[in-house]
Write a protein that binds this ligand. Sequence first.
Ligand SMILES: [Zn+2]
Length: 381
Amino acid sequence: MSPGFVENHAHLMLMGPTLPAMEANTTWEDFAIHGARMAEMYLMQGFTTVRDAGGANGGLRRAIEAGQIDGPRFFPSGAFIGTRGGHADFANFTAPPGSETNMSRLNLAQEVSGVDDVYKFARNNFRMGATQLKFMQSGGVVSAFDPWQLLAGSPEEIRAAVQVANEYGSYVMAHSYRKEAILSALDAGVMSIEHGFSFDCDIAQVMNEKGAYITTNLTAFDPGLLDIPAVANVPSSLAKAKSASATFAGYIDNMKECPVKRGFQTDCVGSVEACNIQIAYEKHLNNEFFGPYQSMVTLTSIGGEIVALSGDFMNPYTDGKLGVIEEGAYADILLIDGNPLEDFSVVGTGDQWFGADPRPESPETIRLIMKDGVIYKNTLD
Ligand SMILES: [Zn+2]
């Protein structure tokens, strides 16, 4: 028996295949249908709670809670908040600054220039059903305009996001890569560091003082990262990936030496089938790097603590704890055939990423999936 798993960093609406394609060719129907299918897939993989890290508003949760579609408890961040040329800038290359985009019309990503923009779009996110905010504070690898080392957003802009989140009793999650970015986010009051690849023992000390959390997609440390198509086929991404891999090499050892509370993150953008594979592989890498016990804690109780940061007003699920099995907690429970501490594969791992065979709709070893006392899968009889 296990608490239902908690995904702390997904993008249920973002179907890919690339960021420019979503800007140019993807309609609201495409996003909505993809999001509904992703929600169902996550639940059947044993995730009874998902935090969305940008690109989803409150509509998907409404459909899940109304019983129109099956899905996990859902904590969306609304639109990504980011600067021009930053990691949330999906505009066409020729688009002038501040222009309306497909992503901004649907409130999936918003470009900010100055604290007034941050106030405007941060408050709008909460109005649209967000439970926390997502600030893009660093660049990325598989994106067009941003070096991964970018320090995006002034301290004032990040603090403005934290201020609005605090007005709602909630918090900010920040996409932060470089040590300078992570420390400045923590200084501004950010409670959830996303990716945090330059993590080290100095950062651990500050995080522990502030009670902050980190979630990291361990696929970034996959030895085959440089061969994946989205990286290998784009020279600028390949160059960025090489320099990033070199800088991020200390993460695993640093996390073992100076542990902090680390949540599970898949960060998949792509088809439902590809994300199903990536989730299973992310589970596998957690066990490879940190062993089964720490991986179970990451998949369950720490995840429950992270989503609870959304506070008493914005958290839609305040009647009990998530990510644990105890009296008074929500009845989000998995029955698993086997002991994950002896054989971690029973939680539904996959040991291959690109080129892996399609995965089953639900792992055979997860025999029962219950959310809020309702059974969504039962192969016990
Ligand atoms: Zn992400």
